[in-house]
Unconditional design. Structure first.
Length: 426
């Protein structure tokens, strides 16, 4: 989740894309009544890499965002910096103000020019992205409370941004299904599952084991009793369910739960266990059936016990602990948004209020009766009143009446004139 670079009330005065015969590789924000002197805020946390004079801008500020925060670099032009190079800034922190002086701001009317670069500062081209369609999509205004609950942005943060936010949005429903079946509701448990699956799948990036699986050939402890079992039943899903025996067990459980159509589904279709549709099934089965004590250990925050249940030892414990501590700090943002809450309840209180006011306004415009502005020859105003739809229907009635009763006569008169003109010409 990002924060808008300016206060509520500002709007886009010039968007990203074609402009004046060239391409505008940024987004300009302005304010009715003038933008000069108004504060500018960091859209995400990061480190200041530039603050001072810049060609075309007068002055600027650049903020580099770490991979753990989604990556990228944001550029703020035509401003007076209030931060220095090397300084760490938090999301929503004030970093400058819009320069009101056209003599020193690059020779433009005061406004903020914002750019978002994919990785590091890049010249004009494909690595400059439309801020409104990427980093600012769904952003809140400075000072607004953040929506709680597990969003795509929160899942990305939980997983260390191994994938793009749009990809996490695609995986979010599957991840929530898994949490619901496991029954995880406490912050400890939600953080533990995120940490363990994040480590095992590298932030949900890998849904199938990278290795060929040949090393598992004829592993009787995995139930690989037929030629080719090692490769066919290599690790699938976020928790890398491995072996014919485990694919069989998952299939039977998933069929009993009504998740798959047959009791041998992942035996005959092993790759499906790593598909977007079913990548969550392996963890749901493993954490409830294969390791029934996992949730209890997770609820009490026992990282080592949970790691042993999943790994068989303590491999990668440092990474798992770092992921766990980062997840704990997210608090309520780990909790799935209840379906009954819907989109409206997932918004911040400020956005709920803003949306409610707009709905009230639309309702008023549609249902309120407005006085007609028509006056007669004496200047007396008509007493006719109607809703907006009433006026539309009145206009429709009058146009239809003209079409039926007046237009035929007009056309007849025109035809007669043309006929008369033709006779005269002869």
């Amino acid at each position: 989740m990002a924060t808008m670079p300016v206060n509520k009330g500002f709007y886009v005065t010039s968007g990203f894309g074609p402009r004046w015969g060239t391409v505008h590789y940024g987004t300009d924000f302005g304010l009715d009544g003038g933008s000069g002197g108004h504060p500018v805020f960091a859209i995400k946390g990061g480190t200041v890499t530039a603050a001072g004079p810049a060609s075309g801008f007068g002055q600027w500020v650049n903020v580099d965002h770490p991979a753990s925060n989604g990556g990228g670099l944001s550029v703020y032009g035509h401003i007076i910096p209030e931060v220095s190079v090397g300084q760490a800034v938090a999301e929503g922190q004030r970093i400058g103000r819009i320069n009101p002086d056209s003599n020193t701001n690059g020779g433009v009317a005061p406004h903020l020019h914002l750019e978002f670069h994919r990785y590091v500062w890049s010249p004009p081209g494909d690595d400059r992205l439309d801020p409104m369609k990427t980093v600012l999509d769904g952003a809140s205004w400075p000072g607004e409370s953040k929506p709680t609950g597990l969003t795509a942005n929160a899942l990305g943060e939980l997983m260390g941004w191994a994938l793009t936010e749009s990809r996490y949005a695609e995986l979010l429903p599957a991840y929530v299904k898994m949490l619901n079946i496991v029954g995880a509701t406490s912050t400890n448990a939600l953080a533990m599952i995120g940490a363990q699956l994040g480590h095992e799948s590298v932030g949900l990036k890998y849904q199938e084991e990278i290795a060929s699986g040949a090393a598992y050939e004829w592993r009787s402890d995995l139930g690989n009793t037929q030629a080719g079992d090692g490769v066919q039943f290599k690790g699938h899903g976020w928790i890398q369910v491995t072996g014919r025996a485990n694919h069989t067990a998952v299939s039977k459980w998933a069929h009993a739960q009504g998740i798959v159509p047959t009791a041998d589904y992942f035996v005959t279709n092993p790759k499906e266990l790593g598909s977007d549709q079913y990548c969550w099934v392996g963890p749901a089965w493993y954490l409830t059936q294969a390791r029934p004590g996992f949730l209890e250990a997770a609820n009490r925050g026992d990282l080592e016990s949970c790691t042993r249940m999943i790994n068989g030892g303590l491999n990668g414990l440092a990474d798992r602990r770092a992921r766990y501590n980062r997840a704990l700090a997210m608090g309520d943002r780990l909790k799935p948004i209840k379906e009954t809450e819907g989109l409206f309840m997932s918004l911040s209180p400020e956005r709920q209020e803003d949306l409610a006011q707009k709905i009230d306004r639309i309702h008023h415009e549609l249902t309120h009766e407005f006085q007609s502005l028509v006056t007669d020859e004496s200047g007396k105003q008509s007493t006719f009143r109607a809703t907006m739809m009433g006026y539309v229907l009145q206009a429709d009635r009058k146009l239809e009446s003209m079409h039926q009763h007046i237009l035929p006569g007009v056309l007849t008169a025109i035809q007669k004139l043309f006929k008369k003109g033709g006779t005269d010409a002869e």
